[in-house]
Design a protein around this ligand. Structure first.
Ligand SMILES: [Zn+2]
Length: 432
């Protein structure tokens, strides 16, 4: 897309050609990293799975001919599976370098390949339970939380939103007062993105030419999406099917942009793909452990950029007015928002019940309305998300908690630890 991206693709191809030439001509003592050849075949396998699964390749900005090859070859699933298993065997035989990043790379490729095999099995008809699937694909299992876990949180919300009728009606009416008017949506998002970027740049060095564009779309199961283009560019799509409340501005600007997905992808491209020539990071397999790190860091990044009190102050002074809302209400709004966000894991329970066959779609909608306080429309959109992305849901809330605990356990400068995590191939199980 555009001349910059094309130039970058050629640059990557050139690097690979040079590496191959060294391997062919140089004496055996010359430094040739066997991991690079394995990584190259990993990229081809991810692209091959993408031919069978349109959601699988979330981003790819390596040599374009590799994608064309995958599309032309249309390798059957059993052949992809066999090649992945063989590659895992070769990987096991390679001893990683002494550097921590090299060890992480080795573990990462192994786990990503195992996850790829599981995804191929699923596409071939293997049925896994929700927990077995999330373990296989994302290297993590979400806790099981019953109704008893959510009831005290709902009781607290009853107290701050008193009145007759069901709590969901009062909660919805409360949130309706904080919807961003459609004609102000773009101005609010632009202001939020500028502020998120400003705060991130104060702590994280980003490539000078990084940028992204925002598009407004409809008819999707998600509320927003970052499509990373390579060359430090992203396209961020915001779904306007349902009303967008004011909290979504900073949440989405941080999550999709700064210091979330856009920054994560840009740092991987800069530090691993370009500086080290690690081609495997030019492809992003959506249904893989990488997604727990991506979604978890994008959600935790909101708290890193906006610690609670700082967020209310900024929103009251700067963002509420752009949305035409009364800044004096920001404190109360975020107190209730914070309380309701403790219901986040209720979504996992609905997804698990629904995908494991214990709940019908209607029952899952009802659970989401009751325990996650989603409006029926949003709950139905969420069940469509379960159909499309399945156990991926745990990456948002469990991912956030794992990333937060990991970053806070390291101590020191939170931004520095966070940026380091975004620049390294750490696995979800290695965060614990
Ligand atoms: Zn995301």
């Amino acid at each position: 897309m555009g001349p910059c991206r094309r130039r970058w693709a050629v640059a990557v191809a050139g690097t690979l050609v040079a590496a191959t030439a060294v391997a062919a001509d140089a004496p055996r003592s010359a430094r040739v990293d066997p991991m690079n050849a394995i990584a190259d075949r990993y990229v081809s396998l991810v692209l091959a799975v993408g031919v069978h699964d349109p959601d699988y390749v979330d981003a790819y900005y390596g040599p374009p001919e590799k994608r064309k090859e995958a599309e032309a070859a249309k390798r059957p699933r059993p052949a992809i599976r066999a090649a992945a298993v063989a590659l895992l065997g070769e990987l096991e035989a390679v001893k990683p370098g002494a550097e921590e990043l090299e060890r992480l790379r080795h573990q990462y490729l192994k786990r990503q390949l195992q996850s790829l095999v599981s995804r191929v099995d699923m596409l071939s008809g293997t049925k896994l339970t929700f927990d077995a699937e999330s373990q296989a694909l994302y290297d993590a299992v979400a806790p099981h939380l019953g109704e008893d876990h959510f009831r005290p949180i709902l009781a607290e919300l009853e107290q701050v939103l008193p009145g007759p009728g069901p709590l969901i009606d009062r909660y919805t009416a409360f949130r309706d007062e904080y919807v961003i008017p459609k004609e102000r949506l773009d101005a609010v998002f632009k202001a939020a993105i500028d502020e998120c970027r400003r705060r991130t740049l104060a702590h994280v060095a980003l490539p000078a030419n990084e940028s992204f564009t925002v598009e407004y779309v409809a008819g999707k199961s998600w509320s927003a999406y970052n499509w990373y283009q390579g060359n430090f560019r992203s396209v961020i799509q915001v779904n306007t099917d349902l009303p967008v409340t004011i909290d979504r501005a900073i949440d989405l600007a941080c999550h999709e942009g700064y210091p979330g997905h856009h920054v994560y992808n840009a740092l991987l491209e800069k530090n691993l793909v370009r500086d080290r020539g690690w081609i495997e990071f030019s492809v992003y397999a959506l249904f893989s452990p990488q997604s727990l790190i991506a979604e978890g860091s994008a959600n935790y990044g909101i708290d890193v950029a906006f610690p609670a009190s700082a967020r209310v102050a900024y929103e009251a002074d700067a963002l509420f007015p752009v949305a035409g809302l009364d800044g004096a209400q920001a404190g109360e709004y975020y107190a209730i928002h914070e309380l309701a966000s403790k219901l986040a894991y209720a979504g996992n329970e609905a997804a698990r019940g629904y995908l494991d066959g214990a709940m019908s779609a209607d029952a899952a909608v009802e659970w989401l309305v009751t325990y996650a306080l989603m409006s029926p429309e949003r709950a139905r959109q969420r069940v469509r998300f379960f159909d499309q992305y399945r156990s991926y849901v745990i990456n948002y809330n469990l991912g956030k908690d794992l990333v937060r605990d990991y970053v806070e356990r390291q101590g020191g400068d939170r931004w520095a630890v966070f940026a380091d995590l975004l620049s390294s191939p750490r696995l979800p199980s290695a965060l614990v």
